[in-house]
Ligand binder design. Sequence first.
Ligand code: NG1
Ligand code: ZN
Length: 545
Amino acid sequence: SDFLRDTYDSLASNPVTEHEKFVYGTSGFRMHNEKLDIPLFATCLITLLRSIYCNEFIGIMITASHNPPQDNGFKTVEPKGEMLPQSWEKYVTSIANSVKKGKFDEFIANFLNVATEALKETTVEGKELKIIIGRDTRQSSERFSSFCTKFFNNILTATHEKIKFIDYGVVTTPQLHFIVRKHTIKQQTDKFDILNEYFNEFFQPFLEVMSNLKSSRFKKLYIDCANGVGAVQLEKLKEIYSKKTKQIEIELINTDYDDYSKLNVDCGADFVKTNQRLPANVNETLAMDGENLFCSLDGDADRIIFYALDANANFCLLDGDRMATLIGEYFMEKTPKSFWNDLKLGIVQTAYANGNSTSYITDELKLDVKCAKTGVKNLHHDAVENFDVGIYFEANGHGTVVFNDLFMNKLKESNLPELSLFVSLINQAVGDAITDMFVIIAILLNLDIDAKTWFSKYKDLPNRLVKCVVPDRSQFETFDYERRLAKPAGLQDAINHIVSVNNALHKTRSFVRASGTEDVVRIYAESHSVESVEVVVQDVLKAIK
Ligand code: NG1
Ligand code: ZN
């Protein structure tokens, strides 16, 4: 059609992306917003194909999560709320890289090839295309969202195909996953009232948890919204919350999403985890007071980090490892041992999990622990595969819990009302900062512990995560869940040597892997002392260069 041709020509002649190589990675496309027009075009096209293939709603989320304000990105969402299957990533990558000036015919030929391969075993006729979009609060998100609207409306007029296109506007990433799944499960084609749906599912049980409490050790909950979409949604929830309960007062901080330049700047989950310090606008004295509870969301509200200051104003980081172990402990606490006779409860982590959290899980909680490759879709998969109740978190605060029918049936048969209510707080589809927050607060209240007691369960090993720019990060190939390098030749031996000479207390670990989201390799090290960590990191850096 004319629309396709005109769009193609204008995209292909943009000098900014002339020599750019696009990759749809673990978190979709993600880069500076000025380079994203072609990736968006490719995302729309793959969404069309995927929607034909699945014959159900497919979602597009416009966000770059914790990245700086000028970045943006896109990822597609499957009918049941999962992410695009890995086997399709190469299709969308290939479409994006085939947009080249004066090569429209080649582009079309490539697209038809991709479509033929992707849609083999599928019939195209008679399918209604069903597409849902949502976006975060970034300045460029609105422009990208308008493009999607224009794109799908033009497909509609050009082909006279039946198309259902729903724009949910500014929503969190987990809300978009949730709503796509809702459309699929309920087979509904009309737009939902998202707040109402989400509220009924997760917020209602949380209010019930609160109303079952006789008293609360917390007076106030401070939520750092990273100046992003979390604030938009939590402002609405807060209004309902304050009418229903007086138990814990909620204060939202860093809510300035109208000032685009503030997103994720000096605040939010990624800032807190990386810098191990309080975000902007959190007062030190308040953070030392055990009657207050603090957490930070990231820019699209799929990650959360809790924290406190101890009596000496030392920072106590309560990250993904801490949430996973707390949830594991809670399940053990609230069930008789015999409950698990024919059920498996376990925790999935990545190589970035602190070694002492792993020891705590095996030695103290006596639970199974599995290591997965970086990226929540890998953790999610391994949790479902290995356990009846699988708790999974990346150290950076992204994760959730998944259950199978075996567990749900056993729970129904057992008389465990408190655990049943707790289970209904969990968003199984995807890691969700807002529902994870409900989950953690419910546990702390029910176990009657404050953040510092939670922090004292085990001691993190000193650790560091650094980036290193290399000429070609694709030269770094890993195995053993990214804990060891197969290539470049010799580097793993060098790392082994560095670790072994610094391993007096048998706590030292270090590994190197290529980032999937940035053009760098990451070096992680942990050891019994800060000094030892520093030596290992510096020596590994030298070995790489
Ligand atoms: P990469 O850049 O591949 O290390 C980062 C995070 C992941 C995950 C993805 C997706 C670390 C060390 N890595 O991946 O945990 O969140 O981004 O956003 O935190
Ligand atoms: Zn995020």
